[in-house]
Design a protein around this ligand. Sequence first.
Ligand code: UDP
Length: 320
Amino acid sequence: MRYLITGGAGFIGSHLAEELLRRGHEVAVVDDLSTGGINNIRHLKTHDRFHYVIDSCSNVQLMAELVDGADKIYHLAAAVGVKLIVESPVRTIETNIRLTEILLSLANKKKRPIFIASTSEVYGKSQEFPFREDQDLVMGATTKGRWSYACSKAIDEFLAVAYWKERKLPTVVARLFNTVGPRQTGQYGMVVPNFVKQAIAGAPITVFGDGKQSRCFTHVSDVVRALIGLMDNDALYGNVFNIGNNNEISIGDLAKQVREMCGSKSEIVYVPYEKAYEQGFEDMQRRVPDVSKITAAIGWKPSIALPQILQDVIDYHRRA
Ligand code: UDP
């Protein structure tokens, strides 16, 4: 199979590319290196089934050619990271909506099956735990930049589902819950690489808010397995799936666990949200997935527990 991965030099995209190559497929990657990095794919560049283009997915002519040359598409290119989103809401909204529109429209011309990456952020302020794909989404005010990410991704989801319903374009959507692993950078606000880097450096570990908010972390290799399983099954088009783990941990406890696993003496400091992000910032207090839909569909379950996930990230940053 020939796969096209947009955002393929990103954290998740590069792991997906690697695994598809390992399974004997041909992989083309397009990435503008805005949040991804050439280092993520450097080791793949000599592979004879690997091709890459450094450009934006907004280059419609290029994307038309790449879509034409692919059997299936993974659209992962997006503005990600809470810090980036709060600092650059225009870029977030425009990138996330425009690129998905372009990819879906081009995929539709050739009727190429396409996967659209979404996020657990779309559940917003919902208090119905664990989150199920068919429950209501609860968005915050439009004056709070954070929620623009959730809304832009929700629009992407609506569009993907609409293309399937109205035009019979094979689309699949997945909502990813805090994916972590080697190659993820803490530059755009992701908590695990940030804490690990701080702990290794002996610098203060910065817990935002009171640290009682919690998350569930999934290893990138589990996520990649789910992404491949979803696109390998023709019966799943038009569906939305959660991909996540239920290893819930508070951010305060995560800071302690990372510090301990690193053998670090870092101080744990609490930073008010308005200092970390912006005045009036609203966090999600909990984010727990129900994965029964994807388990029933393809038998997928997360296989890597939190201590192993953290150890992998620690080893990666120590080597780096
Ligand atoms: N967070 C933190 N310190 C950091 C980065 C993030 O305490 O250096 C918190 C953040 O406020 C949130 C959680 O960790 O409550 C997860 O943040 P992340 O940016 O990784 O992703 P999110 O789940 O918010 O999309």
